[in-house]
Design a protein around this ligand. Structure first.
Ligand code: GTP
Ligand code: MG
Length: 233
């Protein structure tokens, strides 16, 4: 069989399930660290529940994803996850889902692993949203998820510091409402509201136009650069 013929015959098995995201649909990709409970507690010893070094690796990973060839207008990270909002007119890879998913998971894993100095892998999934309100709701959702996780994690790790075993700490928190969890922390002298925003609400990263002086002293040229939202830190 000639190569061209073999190529045509086999290629169809690879491409028959290719799907493209329709024009005018907003695309959000979410990457999540694979097995990061073990990675952060056993393979590497990061401070629990929150570690600034881990947070910084996640921020570096978001910045890399926003500058690696896609048109991403907003990035958000909390815990071991990253959400990316694509420009409405993104055309990369013809909006093919399998390309977006596999390339973003690969780029995130590569960047995070380089920062960590060890393997840290990410999965990736896409949301295809038909209107702007759903885009707002998506980020409200992840924001609330960050808040809920932070409250639980602070309660759990405070109890562990107080010599509760894993199962005792889990049982103590189970069934408690938000007010009860706040109260639990308060009894240990912790005011949840005063904890850093990056822990309670995650971190947003967006593009900002800045004026930058260039070599020609008579001219100022507007340049784009990545800026981190200090509000959320
Ligand atoms: N120690 C520490 N752990 C963190 C930090 N940020 C996130 N994590 C941990 O990352 C894990 C994220 O949870 P999940 O994504 O639900 O669980 P996972 O183990 O990654 O499992 P899969 O995502 O299903 O593969 C939790 O165990 C968090 O405690 C941090 O700053 N410090
Ligand atoms: Mg994970």
């Amino acid at each position: 069989m000639k190569f061209d013929e073999l190529d045509r015959k086999m290629r169809v098995y690879e491409t028959s399930h290719d799907r493209c995201i329709l024009p005018n649909m907003f695309i959000i990709a979410r990457m999540d660290g694979r097995g990061f409970t073990k990675l952060t507690k056993e393979v590497h010893s990061f401070e629990a529940p929150f570690d600034e070094r881990f947070r910084n690796y996640m921020i570096e990973t978001v910045k890399h994803l926003m500058t690696c060839g896609f048109n991403i207008i907003y990035g958000f990270t909390e815990s071991d996850e990253i959400s990316l909002l694509f420009h409405a007119h993104e055309t990369a890879f013809g909006r093919k889902t399998r390309k977006l998913i596999s390339v973003l998971a690969g780029e995130a894993s590569a960047k995070f692993s380089t920062s960590l100095g060890g393997i840290g892998a990410f999965d990736c999934r896409l949301s295809e949203l038909p209107n702007q309100q759903l885009v707002v709701d998506y980020f409200r959702w992840r924001n609330e998820d960050a808040h809920r996780n932070a409250l639980n994690a602070h309660c759990y790790w405070r109890l562990r510091q107080d010599n509760f075993t894993q199962s005792q700490a889990t049982a103590r928190i189970k069934g408690l409402g938000i007010a009860d969890k706040n109260e639990l922390l308060f009894q240990y002298g912790i005011n949840f509201n005063e904890l850093p925003n990056w822990q309670k609400r995650g971190i947003g990263i967006y593009w900002q136009d800045i004026q930058k002086e260039v070599f020609d002293p008579l001219e100022y040229v507007g340049k784009s650069s990545l800026a981190i939202s200090l509000d959320s830190l």
